[in-house]
Design a protein around this ligand. Structure first.
Ligand code: ARG
Length: 263
């Protein structure tokens, strides 16, 4: 039994004893029918992005997991399950109703907003250029990456940064860019000397620096903000999650979760 199961059991116990939100008991309709009345939510994420979402053995954990669970706990909804995808498959899974909400350190972007909707922002980030500590490679600007082999996770803003700031600027050849299924694999290749730099979100770069032989060479300001994503037009769920987020920010729960995952 995983930690997650234990938490659900605790929540169900609280609900059964009437200690929390009575509304949750009024509907047990599944979420997959697109039914506005559905009260259970399936959450999707893409582990391998510490400290936001990662696997420890079979257990899924991280900032996003704790935050979304705390937010949903403030609402009449219930989280029934966490489903794992590669990052680029999350938005299609949301649109195909395989999941109802994405909690994956997903940056709120206008191009994404065309197909899915976002809650209010819950975390800020920029891009970091990560290098292997032992490599002696110490770029300080994008121009210093001229001719380098770089990596990023498929479908991310790290990948867009590589495309717009390195490939389109003719600093890095298309063939010298490696797109990975997740950043754990990219950082492994970096440490093994297969690539020269990895472009990724600053808080995640800091997390890799803490326990791998890598360092941040420089940061590139993108002013990103993460939001939970929901289906386009799911405005009731959107405002409910926004209210829940506001509550956990006000009551200190948000700060507790930050303190737990960012040390
Ligand atoms: N914030 C970046 C983006 O939205 C990267 C997110 C990657 N998330 C993950 N769980 N792997 O593109």
């Amino acid at each position: 039994m995983t930690d997650k199961t234990t938490q659900f059991d605790r929540r169900n116990f609280l609900k059964a004893t009437g200690l929390v939100g009575s509304l949750a008991l009024t509907s047990t309709a599944g979420c997959l029918g697109g039914d506005e009345e559905a009260m259970t939510l399936v959450a999707g994420t893409a582990p391998g992005f510490p400290p936001f979402e990662m696997k420890e053995g079979e257990t899924l954990k991280g900032f996003d997991i704790d935050l979304l669970e705390a937010v949903v706990e403030e609402t009449e909804y219930e989280l029934s399950e966490w489903s794992e995808f590669e990052f680029g498959s999350l938005s299609p899974a949301l649109q195909n109703e395989k999941i109802d909400v994405i909690a994956a350190a997903m940056t709120i972007r206008a191009d994404r907003d065309e197909n899915i909707d976002f809650t209010d922002p819950y975390y800020d980030a920029n891009q970091a250029i990560l290098v292997a500590s032992e490599s002696g490679f110490t770029p300080a600007t994008m121009s210093d990456l001229d001719g380098a082999n770089v990596g990023a996770q498929k479908g991310t803003t790290g990948e867009s940064t590589v495309e717009t700031q390195l490939i389109e600027e003719n600093l890095v050849a298309e063939g010298d860019y490696s797109s990975y299924g997740n950043y754990v694999l990219a950082v492994e290749d970096l440490v093994n000397g297969n690539i020269d730099a990895v472009v990724l979100d600053t808080p995640v770069a800091d997390s890799f620096v803490a326990d791998r032989e890598v360092q941040v060479a420089f940061t590139y300001e993108t002013g990103e903000q993460y939001g939970f994503a929901i289906r386009e037009g799911a405005s009731e769920l959107q405002s409910t999650l926004n209210d829940g987020l506001a509550t956990v920010k006000e009551n200190g729960t948000y700060d507790d979760i930050v303190a737990q995952w960012f040390k």
